[in-house]
Design a protein around this ligand. Structure first.
Ligand code: GTP
Ligand code: MG
Length: 573
């Protein structure tokens, strides 16, 4: 197993609308890096990324998945995310640990709703972005229109690094504006033949090449001077300008691919390996002590858990980013969120559902561990010498809710446990036990999101459930005084039981005097208050409870039970 320094690690997240080709691109990336020897497909349900049964059933990604590929002495950690907005939680947690967003645009549709939503999250975190126009081999591909839409949405920082010689089913060649060559792919994709740009495309290529150089120079004053003096930049200077531009979001490099045919993917990877920021080049995050924690391999070790999921036979798998120092197999760390000690007896590199045990993980790298006792999503573990935490991932608020109940009586507890586990793994699922409605309410990002939750309950947890509309909380209030009596009599052997409760209820008025006489329906009730309790109610307002027991023969032990009965009735409205 190779060891990589922080500068040789790149963390990328694949973004883009559902169907833009993220999963297929990740598959081709693994193939190009020789991590797999054959490319799977979504249709055959055998991609590395979409390994969950529900992903096979729906033919699309539902969870983010971590993978890595190795190219040009660089380890590129890849997070493939689901494009459907219902699963945005997976995008948000992946963005949290990635250092570059690779936004796929489907050349058939250009900028789509999913592109919009995900780009906003990327902007909120101020993370670098590059664009990949995929599906350029599709007969409905419209490269020019896609570029136009991209520039409209992302502005003039969109910079073409490539364009297809011919799009549509005949696509097999790309003009590369850095190399100023044509990459011509064989039918099965992979390694391109490098040829000269044909005369009819030379003019367009020259123009775009100059634009690219100018854009690179703009991000560095020293480069700008060289550019003005010499009218061009060396390859090294060009790359230095591009790298600075990417980090500051001054350049959004745009590439093109036909991921399904593995065309353009190898070149894209080489570019990412060279030009993407390594974790230590990104702004250092601030810890709970307000101090910056640079991604420095020689600092005390710290890691942040950004994702978890349960796997049968193994238990909970926790995915983390090494934020500083080195994490070594078999060492003890402290969970600073709850002060518990954790031994990381096994640490892994992750390739979808496959894991490779490694002796250490260095600052900036992404990996996983298992069998921790008290650690979950959003927690920070550190070496005992430091005690800070990292800020948690901020998840979007839920947008949709429904009531849920188990079909089998007696499954209530199991359902509660399963729902809590699902909330742990996907914090955009919120569970509410509404006492008022006497229902379990699940909140999620959309109907699809909650249907998938139900699928897991039915199929994996084996708890058949049904969704119900949440009851409407009728909050009625009393408007006038009323009186009620109840007689309890039980004569089944022994001493028997007998009790009478007389109750008067009336609306509460702030500052009203202690009552002594009530007139209800023409009858008069005299009371003498022995004791008064006041209770603030959870939904606002107040209960003033006067104990007017006569004769003194009633045991005070019964009072809490009477009060409880009244409270319960009030909760029901
Ligand atoms: N023609 C063509 N089809 C592609 C290309 N890339 C992906 N596809 C197909 O497009 C469909 C969607 O691809 P995925 O990789 O699952 O898309 P995704 O972006 O991961 O979608 P979600 O997981 O739902 O967000 C599949 O049928 C792919 O085979 C491409 O470059 N060209
Ligand atoms: Mg996918």
């Amino acid at each position: 197993m190779k060891t990589y320094q922080t500068s040789q690690i790149k963390n990328i997240v694949l973004l883009g609308n559902a169907g833009s080709g993220k999963t297929i691109l990740s598959e081709a990336m693994l193939f190009e890096g020789k991590m797999i020897d054959r490319r799977g497909s979504v249709e055959q349900k055998n991609t590395v990324s979409d390994f969950e049964p529900i992903e096979h059933e729906t033919g699309s990604s539902v969870f983010s998945s971590l993978m890595y590929t190795e190219i040009a002495d660089t380890k590129i950690n890849i997070l493939d995310t689901p494009g459907a907005d219902d699963f945005i939680g997976n995008v948000v947690s992946s963005l949290h640990v990635a250092d570059l967003g690779v936004m796929l645009l489907n050349a058939q549709n250009g900028v789509e709703v999913g592109t919009e939503i995900q780009a906003r999250h990327l902007e909120d975190l101020n993370k670098p972005m590059m664009l990949v126009v995929n599906h350029v081999d599709h007969d409905k591909s419209n490269f020019e229109k896609t570029i136009e839409m991209a520039k409209e949405r992302f502005g003039s920082h969109v910079t073409l690094f490539q364009f297809p010689v011919q799009e549509g089913p005949g696509f097999n060649s790309i003009v590369d504006l850095m190399l100023m060559k044509v990459l011509k792919y064989p039918a099965e994709g992979g390694q391109p033949e490098i040829t000269d740009i044909p005369a009819e495309l030379k003019g367009k290529a020259e123009e775009l090449h100059n634009e690219l150089i100018e854009r690179a120079a703009e991000n560095d004053e020293a480069l700008m001077e060289i550019f003005f003096e010499k009218g061009t930049l060396t390859e090294e200077e060009l790359m230095s300008g591009i790298r600075k531009g990417i980090i500051s979001r001054g350049i959004f490099p745009l590439f093109c691919t036909a991921a399904k045919k593995n065309m353009g993917v190898g070149r894209l990877l080489q570019f990412i390996a060279k030009a993407a920021p390594s974790p230590s080049e990104m702004p250092a995050p601030k810890n709970s002590e307000g101090k910056e924690v640079p991604c420095d391999a020689s600092a005390p070790a710290s890691l942040f858990i950004f994702k978890s999921n349960i796997e049968t036979h193994i238990g909970e798998i926790l995915y983390f980013k090494v934020m500083s120092g080195k994490i070594t197999e078999g060492s003890d760390y402290v969970n600073n969120n709850n002060q518990s000690k954790e031994r990381l007896s096994q640490i892994f590199w992750v390739l979808g559902k496959n894991r490779t045990k490694v002796p250490e993980l260095i600052a900036g790298d992404l990996g996983a561990t298992v069998k921790l006792k008290n650690t979950r999503n959003n927690h920070t573990l550190t070496a005992p010498s430091v005690s800070f935490t990292f800020p948690p991932v901020k998840f979007p608020e839920p947008k949709y809710r429904t009531a849920i109940r188990p079909l089998n009586e007696g499954d209530e507890e199991k359902l509660g446990e399963a729902l809590n586990r699902m909330h742990n793994d996907d914090p955009t699922i919120l569970i509410e036990y509404s006492k008022e409605l006497k229902q379990i309410i699940v909140h999620g990002q959309g109907e699809h999101h909650l249907n998938i939750l139900k699928w897991h309950l039915d199929n994996e947890f084996k708890i058949p459930t049904e969704f119900l509309p949440p009851r409407i909380p009728y909050r009625e209030t009393i408007t006038k005084a009323a009186q009620a009596d109840y007689r309890h009599k039980k004569q089944s052997g022994g001493a028997g039981q007998f009790g009478e409760v007389h109750m008067i209820i009336e609306p509460y008025v702030e500052g009203a005097p202690v009552p002594s006489v009530y007139k209800i329906n023409g009858k008069e009730f005299k009371v003498s208050v022995r004791d008064t309790e006041e209770h603030d109610l959870p939904w606002g307002g107040k209960l003033v409870f006067h104990n007017c027991i006569v004769g003194g023969s009633i045991d005070a032990r019964f009072m809490p039970a009477i009060l409880k009965g009244i409270m319960e009735k009030m909760e029901e409205g």
